[in-house]
Design a protein around this ligand. Sequence first.
Ligand SMILES: NC(=O)c1ccc[n+]([C@@H]2O[C@H](COP(=O)([O-])OP(=O)(O)OC[C@H]3O[C@@H](n4cnc5c(N)ncnc54)[C@H](OP(=O)(O)O)[C@@H]3O)[C@@H](O)[C@H]2O)c1
Length: 317
Amino acid sequence: MARHEDLKGQVAIVTGASSGVGWQSALRLAEAGVKLCVTARRRSALEQLRAEVLQRGGECRVCEGDVTVQEDVERVVRECVAHYGRVDVLVNAAAVQSYGHFDQLPWEHITRVFDVACFGYFRFARAVLPHFRKQGYGHLLNIQSMLSAGSAPLLSAYAAAKHATLGWARSLELELAGTGIQVSNVLVPSVSTPMFDHAPTMLGKKPVPVPPTYDVDLVARAVVRLARRPGRTSVPAFLQGRLMLWLNAVAPSVGKALLGRYGERMQTTGTPLHRPEGNLFAPVAEGVGPRGSVPPTPVWLRFTATLGIAALAGGVL
Ligand SMILES: NC(=O)c1ccc[n+]([C@@H]2O[C@H](COP(=O)([O-])OP(=O)(O)OC[C@H]3O[C@@H](n4cnc5c(N)ncnc54)[C@H](OP(=O)(O)O)[C@@H]3O)[C@@H](O)[C@H]2O)c1
């Protein structure tokens, strides 16, 4: 597995960079010396990110575009290669979700979630792969989710799209073995990004992430570690990460019982909200920058929950 401990001078395209994980990962990569090409639909947000990167002494090119539009995707990659001469890393982060019971979700929401969160990853990968093959190296770094390996009520289409991208990434990894092109994944826990401030909901109530919620920087730091040592799957959180994967493997009935009984309640608040489309089909003003309105769960609470789940697991085994 090739290492790139010194990232200085590498070139990365970061999708979904106008908010959340994409924004924070771009900032962290820039701090590590990576030259950026950032993309999303909201140009003004990308310009704000660019200003922050420049302030920190980094290099950043803004190329707005929609990941569901093939010409946009090809243009972003073309502009990046024309400007920097190459592309070393693709960070696939752009995604949307839609809250609702499966049979209440409009069909267009289901297909759109796949078009952005799954086919958007495929489109960008297909656009950079010819360059990677020509160079004899390259890194496809995919922002996945704990839902790529798990499940949750109210997010069936999103979970399905995330499962699909993980299956795709793992197959691609095998296909690319020996080419010098590497594939990495980050299984992201609930993070306090603006995703919950602009996601559509059929429920009429404000959605929130399944607790505990982590700070987005946990993921951004994992992205930088993967950029240095590609070809791995990173699980940056302990409780909503390594412990949960282990628990699901040894006692799947625990997670099923908890999420089956409390999953819907955990993901909704009592705050009424009419947002049937959110940022699904067109960008919205809400939710610029790395962090959203739901704060991360305090560390001591996470610690208590860890002990609780460990005790529960002990009781079940
Ligand atoms: N937040 C969490 O709890 C969580 C948990 C697990 C995994 N993740 C994963 O983390 C990644 C980033 O999510 P996030 O939490 O950072 O959400 P976010 O803040 O909503 O960011 C999503 C990004 O995708 C962009 N986007 C949406 N539709 C697009 C389209 N059609 N074309 C181009 N860009 C589009 C958005 O920008 P524009 O609107 O400007 O286009 C935005 O920059 C996703 O892959 C998500 O699945 C997040």
